[in-house]
Design a protein around this ligand. Structure first.
Ligand code: TRP
Ligand code: ZN
Length: 877
């Protein structure tokens, strides 16, 4: 029952702003409920705009308290001010200054956009359109200005005052008040504005750039938490050094500040010189953070830092170009993490995320191009497609151009576009110019939604000792569209290893480029029928269809030179077993035994040499992976049972080896903690082993897990043990959960893990348990991390209970969405995306999901955020 029809914004309607802003002088006087903001803007007509056009400034929930033009208060008839805009019908034809005064209430700001308070700390979030909740402005990324910010506050309430750029001056400002002035010399769009004020502790260090600039790095955290900020601080320094060597990009201010806040809608934000983070991506100690937490902190610190060049120095012309900064920056942070850790292991993790989040999005009602052409609510387009598939596009470009030409193209992109608001076309033009390549056909990747399929058939000719691969590409929904340019990294493997002597004319540096609907490649000098290793390193975000026997796949697991495809081979065998097990109700016995034996041999040969990789090989495709593979008429219970059966079989057959590995990989007592990839890999394999053992022998594993919880010196080991215990109903589980909660009573980030584990229990009592937890003192419906931990983990990570045939799982989530929509629509809309695959379900569950969605639709006054996701999810039904 939505009343106002939302406005659709279209890429093709882009036109430059009629006015430009040169400088912004902001004076912000912080107060819990009435913060006064004075903005002095120097405006001028844009030569590229319409002469004499009215000045229309954006606003959102604003109250105007003063307005002057060139210092003279404007009479009421000269403007129109509403909460959502400020219009001057006849602005001066030349340059002028506008002074705007507004009052905002940071305490009442539950949307966490604009200026708000998190645990008493004043902070801002302006991307994508939050600055207009602070003052009236031309809130669009192609309007770039130089900002000077004076922040004033009670010294008691906010001893620390931070802004963009460099600190200029600070001092007293009347009884109990003080101020700080910050100046950012780099022109930027309003979405990169930030300020912070609060009682914060910090850690700091210096970093000297390749250009000889000494930069003071600091990480600010809520008071008392400075001892958990050190890892993030060092990660900043590593990121700065890496961007200098990998991309020739040095930092460009005298300070770089990171602030961690506990109420935050997303992961982190790249505000110029003042990155603001969800504290879960900053705070770490061995006792409270898992190895994945450490890895995520390093990756997100890097991501936000790398935005300084890809996003800030070169920003986006409009929000349709979001992938220009996000896809490229994700690619950069992935490369960084690969260099800091194991490249092969990291690549597998990237692809797991892509398949778990982006492939389903691309296959469902929320599918959209990496560069969308239209939106009604831009905040709903910070998606796996824009980020993750956007990064894959950049990776394909590097594969196609080669490392050297790609780097030259990136250099060219930076020099040609520095200081501007650019487009995807600008990016491609730079890469095309330096490489001499025509990228027009490649550019279709930005326009086409959906995951392409590549069907492959192999033909061996014993007489000619040749092997031909026939490729055919297709894209659902665009059967007659022009083909995509798909780089396929490949090679041939024989019974004893890669067939290095086999070559094909059209394969250069191990890559075949499929740029027609169908094509073929012929290898010569192939002495035996080979097993093709296709899409090595996952060289393109496609689904590969090829009929390969388990035996051939297991040959790849043993012998391929490409680690990714070795892992992929094991996954594919497991997937086939799981799909068959789901369909027939029983996992095929002989095939499962062969798989188990292959895994056993693999573990014997390699587990100790590369435990992190071995842990990934042991991890079966998730229930959601199996659902996505099956793709229609999904019965989550059947998938759950099949997966459990296979885990039980593998665990039983491998138990002795797995126990041996657990012993061999245990740290000697007194080993100092290290979060590095090697130590994390050992923990990962030990815990993967425990998980498989538990599937076959829950009793014994419970005892082992209980002991591990008691002895653990890391959160990784403690949590892995708790997760194992959580799978086994009974007293031991409840006692372990209680002990865990008691030990971490005042650690909200740790309790999030505790909430998530409970939300994931695949038992009918779980919805009830969740309702109980919602009433627990640690839970807070206004904190996005808490909501994601409890409700997000349930809807995204508990397929059997979320998709219950009685609809109770959906009802629980819908209740939360509706309640949250009134306070924080962005988070409500995020939760709603859990319904994105509802059409794939079997009829009973599909009906329940549709009923749940229809119920949301019947509610009056839904936010634009939720309304947009809802209508797209239901479209066509
Ligand atoms: N640009 C941020 C990033 O690095 C993400 C972001 C967009 C964001 N909008 C936000 C973060 C709103 C917090 C709140 O990817
Ligand atoms: Zn980003």
């Amino acid at each position: 029952m939505r009343t106002e029809t939302p406005i659709t914004i279209r890429l093709e309607d882009y036109r430059p702003s009629d006015h430009l802003i040169g400088t912004v002088a902001l004076a912000v006087s912080l107060h819990p409920s009435a913060t006064r903001v004075r903005a002095e803007l120097t405006l001028r007509p844009n030569p590229a705009g319409r002469p004499g056009a009215p000045l229309v400034l954006d606003g959102d929930d604003l109250t105007l308290t003063g307005l002057a033009l060139d210092g003279v208060p404007l009479p009421a008839e000269a403007y129109v001010a509403t909460p959502t805009g400020l219009t001057l019908a006849n602005p001066p034809a030349g340059p002028f200054t506008l002074t705007i005064e507004t009052v905002v209430d940071p305490t009442a700001n539950t949307k966490l956009m604009g200026l708000y308070r998190s645990n008493g700390v004043y902070c801002t979030q302006c991307e994508a359109d939050g600055f207009r909740r602070i003052t009236y402005f031309l809130d669009r990324p192609d309007v770039m200005a130089v900002y000077t910010t004076r922040i004033e506050a009670d010294r008691d309430e906010a001893p620390v005052l931070l802004g963009n750029g460099n600190p200029v001056e600070a001092g007293a400002a009347g009884p109990g008040r003080h101020y700080a002035i910050w100046h950012d010399p780099h022109p930027k769009p309003a979405y990169l504005f930030a300020l912070v004020g609060g009682r914060l502790d910090h850690v700091r260090r210096d970093f000297t750039t390749s250009e000889g600039r000494t930069v003071e790095l600091a990480v600010y955290v809520e008071s008392g938490k400075a001892d958990r900020a050190g890892y993030a601080l060092e990660a900043i320094a590593r990121s700065m050094a890496w961007d200098e060597t990998a991309f020739g990009r040095a930092y460009d201010l005298d300070v770089f500040n990171v602030v961690a806040v506990s109420d935050f809608n997303m992961g982190a934000m790249e505000n110029k010189g003042l990155n603001i983070f969800n504290d879960r991506y900053v705070l770490a100690s061995p006792e409270t953070a898992t190895d994945s937490d450490y890895a995520a902190i390093e990756a997100i610190i890097a991501h936000e830092y790398f935005h300084n060049w890809t996003g800030n120095r070169i920003t986006c012309r409009d929000w349709f170009q979001l992938c220009l900064k996000e896809g490229l920056t994700v690619f950069r942070d992935q490369e960084f993490s690969s260099d800091m850790r194991s490249r092969a292991v990291h690549r597998i993790g990237e692809v797991r995320t892509l398949r778990a989040r982006q492939f389903p999005e691309d296959a469902g009602p929320l599918a959209h191009p990496v560069r969308p052409r239209a939106y009604t609510e831009i905040n709903n387009f910070y998606t796996a497609t824009v980020y993750e598939k956007g990064a894959e596009i950049v990776r394909m470009l590097r594969t196609l151009l080669g490392e050297t030409a790609f780097r030259a193209g990136m250099d060219r992109y930076f020099t040609d576009n520095d200081g501007t608001a650019a487009t995807v076309e600008d990016f491609l033009a730079a890469l095309a110019a330096t490489s001499g390549r025509d990228l027009d056909a490649f550019a279709r990747w930005y326009e086409r939604p959906g995951t392409p399929r590549v069907a492959v058939q192999g033909h061996y000719d014993a007489q000619a000792r040749s092997y031909r691969l026939d490729f055919r590409q297709s894209l659902a929904g665009a059967p007659d569209g022009p083909p995509l340019v798909i780089p396929i990294s490949l090679g041939l493997v024989g019974p004893d290893g890669p067939l290095a002597g086999a070559t094909a004319e059209r394969v250069r540096d191990g890559v075949f480029v499929l740029d027609r609907a169908s094509d073929a490649v012929t290898f010569t000098d192939v002495p035996v029928p080979p097993v093709p290793s296709l899409l090595r390193g996952f060289s393109a975000p496609v689904r590969l269809d090829m009929d390969v026997s388990d035996a051939d796949r297991l040959t790849l697991l043993r012998h391929d030179s490409d680690s990714f495809n070795r892992w992929q081979a094991a996954q594919a065998v497991a997937m086939r077993l799981l799909v068959q097990g789901t369909r027939s109700g029983a996992v095929p016995e002989t095939a499962a035994t062969a798989f188990r034996d292959a895994l056993g041999a693999f573990l014997d040969a390699e587990a100790l040499a590369d435990p992190a990789f071995a842990a990934l090989v042991l991890a079966l495709p998730s229930e959601a992976d199996v659902a996505n593979e099956i793709g229609a008429e999904i019965d989550p219970d059947a998938i759950h049972h099949a997966r459990h059966a296979l885990r039980r079989q593998l665990g039983a057959g491998l138990a002795e080896r797995l126990r041996g590995l657990r012993d061999a990989l245990a740290d000697a007592p007194g080993t100092p903690f290290s979060p590095d990839a090697a130590a994390a890999g050992r923990r990962a394999l030990r815990n993967a082993a425990l998980d498989l053992i538990a599937a076959a022998d829950p009793e014994a594993a419970s005892a082992e897990a209980t002991a591990q919880m008691a002895d653990a010196t890391t959160m990784t080991d403690r949590l892995a043990a708790l997760a194992v215990l959580a799978q086994v109903p009974g007293e031991a589980r409840e006692a372990a959960l209680e002990r865990f909660a008691a030990s971490f009573r005042s650690e909200p980030l740790v309790l999030d893990k505790w909430l998530a584990i409970q939300a994931g229990i695949p038992e009918p009592e779980t919805p009830e348990r969740i309702r109980r937890l919602q009433a627990h003192p640690t839970f807070s419906a206004s904190n996005p991390n808490r909501v994601r931990a409890l409700i997000g983990s349930f809807s995204m990570g508990n397929p059997t209970q979320f998709n219950r045939p009685d609809g109770a799982g959906y009802r629980l989530v819908v209740e939360t969405i509706l309640a949250l929509d009134r306070t924080n629509p962005q988070i409500a809309a995020r939760l709603l995306t859990a319904f994105g695959s509802w059409r794939m379900l079997e009829p009973k569950r599909r009906g329940q999901a549709q009923a749940a969605l229809t119920e949301i639709r019947s509610v009056a006054g839904l936010s634009r955020d939720v309304g947009d996701i809802l209508e797209r999810t239901l479209a066509g039904s």
